[in-house]
Write a new protein. Structure first.
Length: 665
């Protein structure tokens, strides 16, 4: 943003406006509308994002909440509650800095020229303090007259909302402003789902004259309250710090401490509770686009944070268990035993004709991941009576796993709705799975990491069955042994980089040949021998995958490689730390530490808030590049920092199974 002085005025948010007591809302793109042939999701890398789920605030770096930024606004759930909250001051306003931007308390400072300054120094200083809590935002403007004469300030407050959905904003679908109801100092808007009420120091859209005596500060406060008109699916958490307490007392002394503290703050902001059982908490996937329950994301995020306690893990397990599919429903891709992909208030219309139902089961990996989280929570000390209560859910998960494999014994996926996700692993973009020559893979696909998840889930389930004297553990140990044998026979290929698992198998069993980060998920699951783990480790450490700031999703010598492609060359924090954890469990702590350090180095460049993903450019070329539309914060990225810390010190141990001879089938 241009923050230099000019003859035009600026708002107290840092946006240049005409030199007038009134601040008009004109906002024009430098790109002609006729040149825009398709919609693009708004960029976020220049924005500040604060979240206290289910409420979020997106603003510019200067704190602007207004028409100048495509996605800016105050959000609640998946609706934009306010599109604009802006104080316009006569004069020339310049943004000079911020503190806590992106946290629950943000502070922005400005200087205002051309209002009574007798010297080159400004007489009028403005501080904007924003405090965010679930369902409530307070914006406080402090106007300080540091001069020796009274100042007369003309100010106008602008408020507006369009109740746009996040889906509409992400797809650039146009909306129109809702009509407010004005009653003196209270302005309100009503939507079928929420009511928004703003309490203001003076009526909006009216120029107000303020007289500031010398040496005084005048405070203007705007309070925004958002109420749900019906019981939502998910509720705010009363005491997030109980689940993610503050970091070590040395926070701030070392870069890793600052990154850890920022991650803990982000995790607190992303916590939600199940309205069916408010004591059960889980982590919403990310802000702003995915601030709801995603099965895979919530499971990995909870797994990464088990060292801090089992409360979030058990809340996640129970929240997903309540929504486990019990019947087949082709419209939602549900089959008995499956764990869901996402739960929202309403259907989500994406681009390209994709429509995800409000509750959608189009994921192939959440079900085995649920089993492994149950096992890991038990290992970390979750009460055994709580584990026992979830064993029926585990059995249904296992039966889904047993009923899903094709004749070759592998878990596969295929969109059965015709309007769902074509890819249903964690790389769920349409171009995320491809051959080395760039050819898109054809489904139904069997992903390498999904077979690893299933293998680990079967062994983990067998361990729990033996501990709780239930089920048939021998059956699931044999399932794991058979799967490992089939995997070794079908998945391992030789490429120009050496031997490694294929990222996937197509329906006819043909390997999909691109070298990808997916192979890192195989490590530590018992699916490979020590020699095979070494081969995978060598491929991961190859510079075509290891960018220095984490693992690229796809090797840089693959046709169609794009360092800023969503799943075709970018770096995902959780993906890298899964691989690093696997390396440590396979007895390779030095390689694990190298990958973890790359992520920690990247976090410093992002002011210690690691985003959902970042560019795959090599570290030798400079700081990591942002992925413009990435969520920030993202639960499994922030949580992965918790898991990365011990990797830096070589503290992760190899997993233990009840029958060690089954660890390497």
């Amino acid at each position: 943003m241009d923050t230099g002085r000019s003859d035009s005025s600026r708002t107290a948010d840092g946006r240049r406006t005409p030199s007038s007591p009134r601040c008009e809302s004109a906002s024009r793109s430098i790109y002609p509308e006729k040149n825009r042939t398709m919609s693009h999701q708004p960029t976020l890398h220049e924005s500040n994002i604060a979240v206290a789920a289910p409420t979020q605030v997106i603003s510019t770096r200067a704190g602007l909440v207004g028409a100048a930024a495509d996605a800016s606004g105050i959000y609640h759930g998946e609706l934009r509650a306010l599109r604009r909250l802006e104080l316009c001051i006569e004069g020339s306003t310049d943004f000079i800095g911020s503190h806590g931007a992106g946290s629950n308390t943000e502070r922005y400072r400005y200087i205002v020229r051309n209002i009574g300054e007798p010297t080159q120094d400004p007489a009028l200083l403005v501080t904007r303090t924003r405090v965010l809590r679930p369902g409530h935002v307070t914006d406080t403007y402090s106007l300080a007259n540091t001069g020796l004469k009274p100042l007369t300030v003309h100010a106008t407050l602008h408020l507006a909302t369009d109740f746009a959905s996040l889906a509409d904003i992400k797809a650039e679908r146009g909306t129109s402003d809702a009509e407010p109801t004005n009653a003196g100092h209270i302005t309100s808007w009503t939507h079928p789902r929420i009511t928004v009420r703003a309490t203001t120091p003076f009526p909006p859209a009216t120029s107000t004259k303020l007289v500031l005596p010398p040496g005084t500060t005048h405070t203007l406060k705007v309070g925004v309250d958002i109420e749900d008109r019906e019981v939502p699916l998910f509720l705010p958490v009363t005491d997030p710090a109980k689940h993610f307490p503050a970091g070590p007392s040395t926070a701030g002394e070392h870069p890793e401490d600052r990154t850890l503290e920022q991650s803990l703050n982000d995790l607190r902001g992303l916590l939600l509770a199940d309205s069916a059982a408010p004591e059960d908490v889980f982590l919403a996937a990310g802000s702003p686009w995915y601030c709801t329950l995603f099965g895979r994301d919530a499971l990995w995020a909870a797994r990464f944070t088990l060292s801090l306690g089992t409360g979030t893990a058990m809340g996640t397990l129970r929240t997903l268990a309540r929504r486990q599919a019990l019947h087949e429903n082709p419209a939602t891709d549900a089959r008995p035993g499956k764990i869901l992909h996402v739960a929202r208030e309403k259907d989500r219309v994406l681009t390209g004709g994709v429509v995800l139902p409000a509750v959608y089961f189009g994921t192939v990996d959440a079900t085995p991941l649920w089993i492994s989280l149950l096992h890991d929570a038990w290992q970390h000390g979750a009460p055994e009576e709580d584990i026992a209560a979830l064993l029926p859910t585990m059995r249904r998960c296992l039966e889904w796993m047993a009923s899903t494999p094709d004749k070759d014994g592998f878990l596969r996926y295929k969109d059965t709705t015709g309007r769902g996700l074509a890819n249903q692993g964690w790389k769920d973009s349409t171009d995320g799975i491809r051959d080395h020559d760039g050819r898109p893979a054809e489904g139904p696909l069997a992903l390498c990491e999904v077979q690893a998840y299933a293998h680990a889930a079967a062994l983990n389930a067998a361990t729990l069955m033996r501990r709780f004297n239930t089920g048939d553990p021998d059956r699931w140990e044999q399932y794991a042994a058979d799967l490992a044998h089939a995997f070794r026979k079908a998945f391992w290929i030789e490429s120009t980089h050496g031997i490694h698992p294929a990222v996937a198998l197509e329906s006819d069993g043909r390997p999909v040949t691109a070298l990808t980060s997916n192979i890192g998920h195989v490590l530590g699951t018992g699916l490979c021998t020590a020699e095979e783990a070494t081969e995978i480790a060598d491929r991961l450490m190859n510079p075509v995958l290891d960018s220095g700031y984490g693992l690229r999703t796809m090797a840089s010598d693959t046709a169609g490689y794009n360092p800023l492609g969503y799943h075709t060359g970018s770096v995902w924090t959780h993906d890298t730390i899964i691989a690093a954890t696997g390396l440590a469990r396979e007895g390779k702590p030095h390689q694990a530490a190298r990958l973890a350090q790359g992520i920690m180095d990247a976090a410093q460049a992002f002011n210690h808030r690691i985003p959902e993903l970042h560019g795959g450019y090599p570290a030798s070329e400079g700081p990591p590049a942002p992925y413009a539309a990435a969520c920030r914060p993202q639960a499994w990225s922030a949580a992965a920092i918790i898991a990365a810390i011990p990797l830096l010190n070589g503290q992760t141990k190899k997993p233990e199974y009840s029958h060690p001879h089954h660890y390497i089938p």
